[in-house]
Design a protein around this ligand. Structure first.
Ligand code: KG4
Ligand code: ZN
Length: 354
């Protein structure tokens, strides 16, 4: 395992934010990084006034994954209605807002462009500042929407596990991160989705495997755990190949789906928990936060809680998967640290957090 480092100097020089001295903010945020068209209005980074999500899941199910061209076209069709609904539900006009925030990356370029251009148009039309937000930072700040913020202590460790990411961040303070680990190949959610397809389960595979596992034995199949020696990085491609090899031994209609789902899920959860627990101990953190679509997984939540004797927190399921409320929550802290963007802001599909 890596030895704990000092936080990187660039990160610690960031403005430290004191929640008690904050002014009130009302932020409209837009999120279109993948296949959810979402808009939300959030007050003070904590109180959700509206949270509208138009999911394209049914549309992409026929392809077994997100079809980028189809996703961006659908965003264009529905984004106006989604933003209108977010503003109407919040009972606010644009004059009541402090800024317009939008996900600028990481994500699918065509999808990001729809949200960013919509946000630019709204910023010009309303005269309000524009703020581009990192999608991963949004997932991290989803925890501030569901917790009383004064309970949250630093340093804390956040495991962001989604369809596109498996990242371990040490958070020293608001907006101050140290990147401890990442997946070297497939993201955890991507592995759930691919294995779901191998098992003939509906898309997306994550929730389907979570459900099927309830009726399966996690020990009927012993799939490999890639607990790599290089620090806090993850790898899931070998596990996916092991499941594929096992499925090939059965006639499709004879697949022991529930046992295989439970065995696969147990292997993913064991690795996520082992690495997170090791980092939590090495860095002596106050709490562990789970975020991203896979943080909705019941076995992951349970096992993480059972394995750690510090608080383990996760958002309610609706805030685990992509939404714009989390983007507004992150935008609140960026706004308070005086960050503003200009109309030449571009999308950044490969944007890193640190
Ligand atoms: O955060 P998210 O909505 O999108 C990305 O930013 O990628 O995460 C979507 C991912 C999908 O891979 C989905 O299968 C997975 O989250 N997921 C789950 C569960 N619910 C969603 N994985 C495991 N168990 C779940 N209950
Ligand atoms: Zn996401």
């Amino acid at each position: 395992m890596n030895q704990p480092n000092q936080p990187n100097q660039q990160a610690v020089s960031f403005t430290t934010i004191n929640q008690s001295t904050m002014i009130n903010t009302r932020i409209l945020a837009i999120e279109t990084s993948c296949d959810e068209t979402a808009a939300a209005v959030v007050e003070n980074g904590t109180t959700i006034l509206s949270n509208i999500i138009a999911s394209q899941t049914d549309l992409h199910a026929q392809y077994g994954g997100v079809f980028p061209e189809v996703a961006s076209r659908k965003h264009i069709e529905v984004i106006h209605a989604v933003v209108d609904q977010a503003m109407n539900t919040a009972h606010l006009g644009f004059d009541d807002l402090d800024c317009i925030a939008v996900t600028r990356g990481p994500g699918l370029v065509g999808s990001l462009l729809v949200g960013v251009n919509m946000a630019k148009g709204l910023a010009v039309g309303s005269g309000k500042p524009l703020l581009g937000i990192n999608h991963i930072e949004g997932h991290i700040y989803s925890l501030w929407l569901s917790e009383e913020t004064d309970k949250i202590e630093f340093p804390l460790l956040t495991l962001v596990v989604s369809g596109g990411h498996t990242e371990l961040y040490l958070m020293h303070n608001h907006l101050v991160y140290e990147h401890l680990g990442r997946t070297l190949d497939d993201a955890a959610g991507e592995a759930f989705d691919k294995v779901g397809r191998l098992l003939g389960l509906p898309y997306p595979g994550g929730p389907a495997i979570d459900k099927a596992s309830q009726d399966g034995s996690p020990t009927a199949f012993k799939f490999p755990r890639a607990v790599l020696d290089d620090g806090y990085n993850f790898s899931f491609s070998g596990l996916k190949t092991a499941v594929l090899r096992e499925t090939n031994k059965y006639q499709p209609d004879k697949l022991p789906v529930n046992d295989m789902a439970a065995g696969f899920q147990a292997a993913v959860v064991d690795v996520l928990v082992a690495k997170t627990a090791a980092a939590a101990e090495d860095y002596n953190v106050a709490a562990v936060h789970l975020a991203g679509g896979v943080s909705a997984n019941r076995a992951l939540r349970r096992q993480m809680q059972e394995s750690l004797d510090i608080p383990v927190r996760y958002p309610p399921p609706i805030l685990c998967t992509d939404n714009a409320a989390m983007i507004a929550a992150a935008a609140h802290y960026r706004f308070m640290s005086d960050r503003r963007d200009t109309l030449d802001m571009d999308v950044l599909p490969g944007l890193q957090l640190v």
